[in-house]
Design a protein around this ligand. Structure first.
Ligand code: F0G
Length: 458
């Protein structure tokens, strides 16, 4: 008999989690203005808000933590981290930052100015925020198939080369760089193929532009290239990683994802001029260049995390768990962005809550219903997250309206996946009774989804 697949680790430490009653959850929802970001974590049973900073570190990472060098300047831990990054990516210049958006802030302060246009594939909200707050435009050039959640295609995170070339022609000198997000979080954790990265590189070269990878989930992207793209099955994740970054000029990184640490990020580049320009913003915003917002111990744990998480076993365990959850949703007929993404399942709320008009935010409504049902906290990646158009101030209803169930790394078991699927099925079974959504009663001008206050309608 063939042995079943199992995790590539065993558990050394556990953290209790607690259930709640429906009455309690109703009260907590009201107190949090129907925004799950406002819930206290102990009001949540299974927390799928994000896979960012919520993973479990390994024993080797915890051991590295004890060895951190907390020197203000020239920390050994910085050089250990830099060595790993250079080995993985080929980039010689590294600036640590406290998380991914800080890397964006530092680098974009040097590179983006008013009136610029930054083409890319579904820029993440902080990336878009850091572009738009500089009065520049984030131009989405994702392939159209990403919008068809039911279509099975291996690389729905890709950049559409025709859209990118049109942008390069139209905006020419206004484009400071192209940004490619690997994997494409907003489009459903969908990967970008090596072939597509090569096409982007070729266009960048043709128009004399540089390319940044927003690399939060680069290792998961490499896993999908290995398992889905011709010619990569026999390459190691580290080889594929290097080949990907050979096609870029620099990267911003949220280490809280594929670095498997609770906090951290960095910028890395092959260009001295970018490094010199970014340095000037690192020191005032983040800190001196050999810590830039991180503790020595955190850099030490990150160096190990990056090394471990670019090994196949670890990635396979993770992505197979996400795919297991997807297989349960398939059994129940629940629609999600297909195929399952690397870090999350993105449930297609617009196909489930068909009676809730888009103006009443179906994905947010589904997020609330799932919490109400079982204390499971997902996250709306939809019309609320999309914010308003910076010029017209209209809600942006052009994209997908999804409920993201992000799976933290090495944190929950397959039994938790069963609970999640069953809870969602219960909501799904009563979907036709849900006819009204929510309305916004207060919102911030930018990145509103964190703090938005809502009121249920009907
Ligand atoms: N880029 C991508 C693709 C991301 O997914 C994130 C964060 C960032 C940049 C910003 O990094 O959080 O370290 O400042 N994504 C988290 C999420 C928050 O839940 O998807 P950060």
């Amino acid at each position: 008999m063939e042995l079943p697949f199992a995790e590539s680790w065993k558990i050394k430490m556990v953290e209790p989690i607690t259930k709640s009653t429906r009455e309690e959850r109703e009260k907590w929802l009201k107190e949090s203005h129907y925004n799950v970001f406002q819930l206290m974590a102990n009001q949540v049973y299974i927390d799928l808000l994000t896979d960012s900073g919520t993973g479990a570190m390994s024993d080797r990472q915890w051991a590295a933590l004890m060895m951190g060098d907390e020197s203000y300047a020239g920390s050994r831990s910085f050089y250990e981290l830099k060595d790993v990054i250079t080995r993985l990516t080929g980039f010689d210049y590294v600036i640590p930052t406290h998380q991914g958006r800080a890397a964006e802030n530092v680098l974009f302060s040097a590179l983006v100015k008013e009136g610029d246009v930054v083409p890319g594939n579904s820029h993440f909200d902080t990336t878009k925020g850091h572009i738009e707050s500089r009065k520049a435009m984030a131009l989405d050039c994702t392939v159209d198939i990403a919008k068809d959640t039911q279509l099975e295609a291996p690389f729905k995170g890709n950049v559409d080369p025709a859209k990118l070339e049109a942008a390069l022609e139209k905006y020419a000198d206004k484009i400071p760089f192209i940004i490619v997000t690997i994997t494409n979080n907003t489009a459903g954790g969908q990967p970008v193929s090596m072939e597509n990265l090569r096409e982007v590189r070729a266009l960048a070269d043709k128009y004399g532009k540089r390319v940044i990878f927003d690399s939060a989930r680069f290792a998961e992207n490499a896993y999908f290239i290995k398992t889905r793209e011709d010619g990569y099955a026999d390459k190691t994740i580290k080889e594929i990683t290097h080949e990907m970054f050979d096609l870029a000029d620099g990267m911003t990184m949220s280490a809280k994802k594929d670095g498997v640490v609770n906090m951290g990020g960095f910028i890395a580049t092959r260009w001295e001029d970018w490094y010199e320009a970014a340095k000037n913003f690192c020191i005032p915003f983040e800190g001196y260049l050999t810590y830039g917002g991180m503790n020595g111990r955190d850099m030490a744990a990150l160096a190990v995390g990056l090394d471990e998480n670019t090994e196949l076993d670890n990635l396979e365990t993770r992505i197979k768990q996400v795919q297991y959850l997807a297989s349960l949703l398939d059994e129940y007929g629940i629609p999600y962005q297909r195929p399952a993404g690397g870090h999350a399942i993105f449930v297609d709320a617009s196909k489930i809550l068909t009676n809730v008009p888009k103006e009443e935010f179906p994905a947010q409504t589904l997020t609330i219903e799932l919490y109400r049902e079982a204390g499971i906290r997902g996250c709306e990646i939809g019309y609320i997250l999309a914010d308003r158009d910076p010029i017209t101030r209209e809600n942006r209803f052009g994209g997908l309206d999804l409920l993201r169930l992000a799976i933290p790394r090495r944190t929950y078991t397959d039994n938790h996946m069963k609970v999640i699927a069953a809870a969602l099925k219960n909501v799904f079974d009563r979907r036709h009774e849900i006819t009204r959504g929510v309305e916004i009663i207060w919102e911030a001008p930018l990145m509103r989804h964190f703090t938005v206050k809502l009121r249920p309608l009907g």
